[in-house]
Design a protein around this ligand. Structure first.
Ligand code: G4P
Length: 531
């Protein structure tokens, strides 16, 4: 098979949701259809569970699971699916955001009883930054959920995306009878607890057909006819190009737990989701069909076994063909590297790969050469864009509790931040270390891992901070002056870029207003955009 065919058959995507909406359940159903697992319950939830075990054990459990489920590769109807896992806990959101830079599309799960939730909004913001195509699955129709029309309105309003339902629910909760497939005109009737094979499916090209009243009862049949008429009146037919530009989201209704409406999503997904496409670099676009290999690192897992300093770097291949034991250019370090044991992930099994193609994600064992955002190529010098660090929301000063082990602390915090657990900023004079995280739990993770993996002990001191913004200006003198005046609130990121720590939302707005010549950035993405 040639490179074009290899690319055309791949779909690299993620399933995302606010915690508890049903991401794990839907993932499991996809894997069941793909034959990658045989029984329900095989996919472990990567959520941090409350209660039973201590948080720290949960952290370790989560890290263990998330390395084995980082990428799940399975086949479905001749398509090779690379499903990238994202952490279930909100406090690990930055890891999720970065994983989204490595996919070509996403399936977004919404809980029909809750609608759009805070994490749904954030995830969609990240998708919009990269115009990632989105298919929506509205889940838990077996529960008393919200009215489907109001859910669709909420999606459009809160997620700033147009929607197009492709299936329509018949009743909700106790009266949920099934879905009408607006694309293939199939009526699928739901029977709780029945497996996928036992679902009745009938074609209804014309909903006026009196058989519909017999099947659904008169009331439900009339309601369906009215709803479908309204849907077709209100929503334009599916515009595939708009979906692929990330402007329009096809929407499905169902129940992942009952395996209802899942196949429709999967079948539509393989039909319309985009194969690996071109990617932006600081030297222009790279096309997947380019013969030269290229890829970037979007995630690093370190020290899974504290006795071995093992690190696995996850690389998304963007063009050409990756081959084992071949020298590749590490652009940032300007040196050649080769990998003897690259790993692919088939469900929970790891296996050695000899070759991989655009859209594939492989794990590279590394001794410290690779960082998140690094580009590898067949020899050309360029860097992929779009692997941003996001502005953290929680800040603490790192306090060393054991001066005899400062070196270990220094090394540990550097490695953990390279892994993407948190962002590290330094403040001069005094070399104060400020750690920025997306979630509270990450501080516990850092403290625990510094102690167990590096033998260093630390605590965190609260500081007054609302947001960290990278600052730039076309006027170097104005930037210098701002940095001088605000020196108490200026820190440097790991690459020594100046960052302003705004003490409150009000102060941030004030500074933005008073300093129009300074641009405040909320991701560090501006760096690659400038070069
Ligand atoms: P997440 O990964 O998005 O966090 O969600 P997950 O799939 O773990 O689902 C969260 C809870 O919602 C689970 O229940 C799951 O069984 C349930 N769920 C998923 N899909 C449906 C559905 O279609 N209908 C209904 N009624 N429930 C659904 P749990 O009690 O938290 O966990 P578990 O004990 O079932 O594993």
């Amino acid at each position: 098979m040639g490179q074009q065919e290899e690319i055309a058959k791949r779909r690299t995507f993620a399933i995302i949701s606010h915690p508890d909406a049903g991401k794990t359940t839907l993932t499991e159903k996809f894997l069941l259809y793909g034959g990658a697992i045989q029984t329900a319950g095989a996919v472990k939830s990567n959520k941090i569970r409350k209660g039973a075990t201590s948080d720290f054990m949960e952290i370790e459990r989560q890290r263990g699971i998330s390395v084995t489920t980082s990428v799940m590769t399975f086949g479905y109807e001749g398509t090779l699916m690379n499903l990238l896992d994202t952490p279930g806990h909100r406090d690990f959101a930055e890891d999720t955001y970065r994983t989204l830079t490595a996919v070509d599309s996403v399936v977004l799960v919404i809980d029909s009883t809750k609608g759009v939730e805070p994490q749904t909004e954030r995830l969609m913001e990240v998708c919009r930054m990269r115009n990632t195509p989105v298919i929506v699955f509205i889940n838990k129709l077996d529960l008393e959920g919200r009215d489907p029309f109001s859910l669709l309105d909420e999606l459009e309003e809160m997620l700033s995306i147009r929607v197009r339902p492709l299936s329509w629910p018949i009743g909700v909760g106790a009266t949920f009878k099934g879905v009408y497939d607006l694309y293939d005109h199939d009526l699928r009737l739901f029977e709780a607890g029945k497996s996928k094979k036992e679902i009745t499916s009938e074609q209804f090209k014309d909903l006026a057909d009196p058989r519909l009243d017999k099947l659904l009862g008169e009331e439900a049949a009339t309601e369906l006819r009215n709803d479908v008429e309204l849907v077709n009146g209100v929503y334009d037919p599916l515009d595939l190009a708009a979906y692929r530009r990330g402007e329009l989201a096809p929407v499905f209704f169902g129940s992942a737990f009952n395996n209802f409406g899942v196949r429709e999503v999967l079948d539509t997904f393989v039909r319309i989701a985009p194969p690996p496409g071109p990617r932006e670099t600081d030297q222009g676009q790279v096309d997947p069909a380019d013969p030269e290999f290229s890829g970037f690192v979007f995630k690093i897992h370190a020290n899974l076994d504290p006795n071995h300093r093992d690190r696995v770097a996850f690389m998304r291949i963007c063009s050409g063909q990756f081959k084992r034991n071949t020298f590749y250019q590490h652009v940032r370090l300007g040196k050649q590297l080769r990998f003897a044991n690259p790993t692919a992930f088939l469900a929970a099994q790891k296996s050695l790969v000899d070759e991989a193609w655009p859209g594939d994600v492989i794990g590279l064992f590394d001794t410290g050469n690779l960082k998140i955002g690094d580009t590898l190529t067949g020899g050309s010098i360029f860097n992929f864009r779009g692997i941003p660090s996001f502005s953290p929301e929680l800040f603490r000063e790192l306090v060393n509790l054991d001066p005899m082990r400062s070196k270990q602390l220094e090394k540990g915090i550097r490695q953990l931040t390279e892994e993407g657990v948190a962002q590290l900023f330094t403040q001069q004079p005094g070399n104060k270390k400020i750690v920025g995280c997306v979630g509270e739990l990450q501080f516990d993770v850092i403290r625990y891992r510094l102690e167990h993996e590096y033998g260093a002990s630390c605590s965190f001191r609260a500081i007054q901070a609302h947001k960290a913004c990278w600052i730039t200006s076309d006027d170097p003198a104005a930037l210098g002056e701002f940095i001088r005046i605000k020196s108490n609130q200026i820190v440097q990121d790991k690459d020594e870029n100046p960052v302003f720590i705004a003490p409150s939302a009000y102060m941030l707005e004030l500074e933005q207003r008073n300093n129009p010549e300074i641009t405040f950035h909320f991701t560090n993405e501006f760096k690659t955009l400038q070069t």
